[in-house]
Design a binder for this molecule. Sequence first.
Ligand code: ATP
Length: 413
Amino acid sequence: LIGLYGNELGLNVYVVGGFVRDLLLAINSKSNGTKSIPYDIDVVVEGDGLLFGKYVAKQLRAKYVEHPKFHTCSIFYRNGENKIIRIDIATARTEYYEEAGELPKVELSTIKKDLYRRDFSINAMAIKINSGSFGILMDFFNCKKDLEEGKIRILYPLSFIEDPTRILRAIRFEQRFGFEIEPNTLTKLEEAVENGYLEKVTGMRIREELEKILEEPQPMKAIKRMGKLKIILHLFEKTYYSPTLEKDLEKLFDVREYFKANLPNYLNKVRLFHIVLCVLLQYTPEESLKKITERYGLPKDFIKNLIQVKNVFNEISIDLNDKEKTSKLSYFYEKTNGFQNEQLIFLAVKLPEELLAKYYEYLRKIEKLKLSITGKDLLKKGYEGVQIKTKLEEIKKKLLNGEIQPGEEKNLI
Ligand code: ATP
């Protein structure tokens, strides 16, 4: 239909980028049925994309949102299966148009230039969707071959210099599809990293790409690759990627799975990005931490929270031999009372294996713990100010340790 609207307005219309890539991958892997056809569609129009978007939205009675700064628009359309399809519409550069007689050639070079400016060959194909020429694959740079051979390839030598976020995108696509960054692209990528181009990008753009990596099904693969290629060191100036650090990161993903399955409420308001950064920045000195937290827009209390967990972790390491102390659930209450969820999860990552089961037991119990008395009851009995808080905490600890049973709290006041 969209293509038909293109004909009505006399415009060439193409689907491009990730949609085409995923469509070709889905067709190739039909036999095992593992990949589904995507629902976010990027469309490029040779002509006025905004005008076209408005027209399409009107015809389809779809929601229309304009992004004038980028000269693009999005329409949101509910299809027959009741799924929302998002269609992003952009304008191919029209300044390459020549005289009317030359139109076909110019038409090609317009979409060609658009595709040439993209990140990698696997993302640089288009399919024409005008009726009459529907389904023609525009593959100017041997892209389909790269897709079939599993290669991530830049389209021009300065690609990573022009946009260093492509360094992170290359890793993400490589690991997602089990592809390989081809040798020349890898050399250019390493040069760009080595020459400090990642440092030239705003923290927000880096953060966006890192968060996308963390949304992948197996982020650890990409993190390992970033470690080996020294990308981590260039993103976080004092973080040398080591086997110890790798173990902590692997543990983080295991711990997260455990929380998802057994303690899901603790994942409320938790951002994986923050905890990954806690792990990556655990050895970073404070003056560097300040720079880094500002650069990546981390919350104000990030450094304080990180240091708090590190201190608690050090205290716990000292107590490790004192089995009697660490075997009580109240021990974890004393250590972590007031912690935010992100801190509780980061501590689970750092905790020695022998304490982990107890710690999880504590988290399960404290989550459900409800006292049958309140501060008011204590007030009535003559307790004052800080005494009330102390007494309530003492009662909580006894409940945690099973020294009293729920309902017996009043016997203690
Ligand atoms: P995903 O499956 O992760 O959504 P995608 O390929 O659709 O992948 P987007 O970030 O939505 O990724 O980008 C859409 C398209 O825009 C890409 O396929 C690519 O052609 C182009 N693109 C995106 N980011 C860049 C970039 N930094 N440089 C060049 N082209 C880019």
